[in-house]
Design a protein around this ligand. Structure first.
Ligand code: ADP
Length: 733
């Protein structure tokens, strides 16, 4: 078959127009339903290819000077990809050339046609012929793309095939244009939607802002209303002509007018028309009405206001002018407080203060009153008499000048603290007299308070304590001196105790060390006597000497024994204590000293029923009684038989007194204080060491007791031993 012969397909399909019509309608429907242009074009191409099975079609879109793939459902994908983006030109394959020239291009043989020289890839896919029809815009003949028909054989189109190509290109053009129109419409719709959404957002934002602003205004209004409605003070607003434009509930209650009533006349002539003295009060002279035109604030202005019923009441008011944004005076805010109660309290306070001041004037001390802030506002005459200062120099804070420079700061701090805390004030300060001399004063002040506990006034006195103060200072100095003397004495006492201990140690050591040489000496004298006797020599001349030596040795020994006894006592302070029966001890003395008692014809009587036994060191008590009893016999009177009485008694809490009384020689008054001293002797006619009473005293005092003596020469002597807490002491054996 010749390539120019009309294709048998076309001959068999006489109703080409009907096919295209159907395809066109389908395409339109699909596009209208929103199907994409690619899909619509694929359907179109496929329905064409279905009608004409030997053709392969493609639709390319022109974008500036390149062609891009739109639809070629039956062509190999690789081929479609290879030609996608082909630049148009005078020799750019069938489609590139058709798009470039705007004319149909018929290529019978792709293999030989020079326009396909650069697109031999078609041959690889078996494509041999390609006819391309430019798709033109229906409005301005602009090239929109190309519609191509491929054959797998070299082929020239028949007339019907040209017609088919044109119809197909037309149909594709219509679809593309519809697609474009629909896309534009879709884009527009999207844009519209977006701007609608933006508009809506803007709208709701605006609405929110308006709502917030309205709420804010409402809140503000509510707040203002709440404040003014609940304010305890009355609030009025007055315009520039003096008419009331607002009043809060407190104001209504205060003056008895309703807002409607108060607007009928200028405010001044309704509630402020007369002065306190009853005279007419012209509006032009009222500071509350002057505040706005003359632009000044009125503060704490006290005046008289009138109620609707004609009654009046004292008030304290404040007025502030208000201007608009251009500085034009528009209204005055007036705040009013009824001070009836306050004035009454003030009056009462004044009366109380006056009464107190009358009282203070009669006081013998300096008396003063001070304000809540702590400033002196009254002093009685004594202050002026004392300081010589004129009244003007006394009130306020000037009087501080009369204080001693060293006391000023202390005073100021204490006073400031009392004024701040309300605590009673008390301080000692020096105040200058008119002579220039400073005297000490005790200043006290107490606050006067109202029923709410608020301080209204301070009342105070200043008392001259100069003499007491000096006395106290002197006492303090004396006390100081005494203290240091005491410290000194304590120190001396300590030293003495140490010396005492040293002495005791010395005595103990000395007596102990002397014992053996004395024993030696005694032994030697005895040996000498025996030697002399053995020699048969005349010993009479030396006999008295030997006797004297012997006696001296015995005395020396005795003295050493006594000394040993003394040092032992010091070490026996803590000797174990036990219950000692006095009768038993005295009986023991009688037995031991039977010879002496017998020879002296002494009688020892006892009256110890009050305290028959005492808790004491048995050894020490024996030493005490033995010493005292033997002394009573030793120092007996030569003209009478000795009678010694031992008695006991109790005192206080567990105290016991032991008394030993004799009818002996007695001791002269002047010697009484010495007899307890070591080696002190009053009578020399009998042998003795002078340490017995010293030992007794040491024992008694070591036990915390005391020993005293009373004596009358020629009559007798009485020793009294007082022991404390002896009945209760624990018994240790
Ligand atoms: P001594 O008896 O060894 O001399 P004391 O210390 O016992 O030493 O007594 C001191 C002195 O007190 C005695 O020497 C004596 O003069 C006097 N004396 C003590 N007791 C009596 C007494 N009962 N009557 C009179 N004189 C006394």
């Amino acid at each position: 078959m010749s390539s120019t012969d009309p294709s048998p397909e076309f001959l068999c399909k006489p109703n080409v127009a009907a096919i295209f019509n159907t395809a066109q309608q389908q395409a339109r429907k699909k596009l209208m339903r929103g199907t994409s242009l690619e899909e619509v074009m694929d359907t179109l191409v496929l329905s064409l290819e279905k009608a004409y099975p030997s053709i392969f079609s493609s639709v390319l879109l022109l974008n500036k000077d390149t062609l891009s793939h739109l639809s070629a459902p039956s062509l190999p994908e690789a081929y479609s990809k290879a030609i996608d983006g082909t630049r148009i030109g005078p020799s750019a394959g069938s489609c590139g050339t058709a798009a470039f020239t705007g004319e149909r291009v018929i290529v019978k043989s792709i293999a030989t046609d020079p326009k396909w020289a650069n697109f031999q890839v078609a041959l690889e896919h078996g494509l041999m012929a390609c006819w391309s029809q430019p798709i033109l815009s229906s409005t301005d003949e602009r090239v929109l793309g190309t519609f191509a028909i491929y054959y797998k054989t070299e082929k020239t189109p028949s007339e019907e095939e040209i017609l088919l190509l044109e119809l197909a290109a037309n149909l594709a053009g219509t679809a593309i244009e519809w697609g474009m129109v629909l896309k534009d419409r879709h884009d527009l719709e999207e844009e519209l939607k977006e701007s609608n959404a933006a508009l809506q957002a803007l709208n709701s934002d605006l609405e929110n802002r308006i709502q917030a602003h309205t709420q804010e205004l409402e809140d503000q209004n509510y707040l203002t209303k709440t404040i003014t409605d609940n304010a305890t003070g009355a609030l009025f607003m007055m315009d520039a002509t003096g008419y009331c434009t607002f009043m809060n509930p407190a104001a209504v209650e205060m003056v008895g007018y309703t807002f409607e009533e108060i607007r009928t006349k200028q405010l001044h002539y309704l509630i402020h028309h007369h002065r306190p003295d009853g005279s007419h009060y012209p509006l032009e002279e009222c500071p509350l009405d002057r505040a706005l035109p003359q632009n000044f604030d009125v503060r704490a202005h006290e005046d008289l206001f009138f109620r609707k019923d004609g009654t009046s009441f004292p008030v304290s008011c404040a007025a502030s002018p208000i201007f608009d944004e251009n500085g034009v005076p528009v209204s005055t805010v007036i705040e009013v407080r009824d001070i009836t109660e306050e004035k009454k309290n003030r009056q009462e306070l004044m009366e109380t203060v006056a009464q107190m001041q009358t009282l203070l004037a009669a006081m013998p001390q300096i008396a003063f009153t001070a304000t809540v802030e702590g400033e002196l506002d009254y002093v009685n005459g004594h202050w002026r008499e004392y300081t010589g200062l004129p009244k003007a120099a006394v009130l306020g804070e000037q009087w501080i000048g009369a204080l001693h420079p060293e006391d000023k700061d202390r005073f100021a701090a204490t006073w400031a603290n009392s004024v701040q805390t309300g605590q009673d004030y008390k301080i000692e300060i020096r105040v200058r007299q008119w002579t220039g001399e400073y005297r000490w004063y005790l200043t006290r002040a107490v606050p006067l308070r109202n029923e709410n506990g608020e301080i209204l006034k301070w009342f105070g006195t200043a008392t001259d304590i100069h003499e007491q103060k000096l006395l106290i200072d002197r006492l303090a100095a004396t006390q100081q001196e005494l203290q240091s003397m005491n410290d000194e004495l304590t120190q001396k006492n300590k030293d003495l105790k140490r010396t005492n201990v040293d002495l005791d140690n010395f005595v103990y050591t000395a007596s102990h060390d002397l014992k053996s040489p004395i024993a030696n000496l005694q032994g030697l004298v005895k040996a000498l006597q025996e030697e002399l006797h053995d020699l048969g020599t005349q010993t009479e001349p030396v006999e008295p000497l030997l006797l004297m030596i012997d006696k001296a040795i015995v005395r020396f020994k005795n003295t050493i024994d006594e000394l040993t006894e003394i040092s032992k006592i010091q070490k026996q302070v803590e000797t174990g204590q036990e219950m000692v029966n006095l009768e038993d001890l005295i009986e023991e003395f009688r037995v031991v000293n039977a010879e002496l008692i017998c020879s002296s014809k002494a009688t020892i009587t006892t009256q110890v029923a009050a305290a028959p036994a005492i808790c004491f060191s048995n050894k020490n008590l024996r030493s005490v009684l033995y010493n005292l009893l033997s002394n009573s016999i030793k120092y007996r009177h030569p003209n009478r038989e000795p009678v010694i009485n031992v008695s006991t008694d109790t005192f206080g809490n567990n105290g016991i007194v032991i008394t030993i009384e004799d009818n002996g020689l007695g001791i002269e008054e002047r010697h009484l204080s010495q007899i307890f001293g070591m080696f002190k002797r009053v009578h020399q006619h009998v042998e003795g060491s002078g340490v017995g009473l010293y030992i007794v005293k040491r024992i008694v005092e070591n036990a915390g007791g005391e020993i005293t003596v009373e004596s009358k020469v020629e009559e007798g002597t009485r020793f009294e031993i007082r022991l404390h807490n002896v009945a209760l002491c624990e018994i240790t054996r």
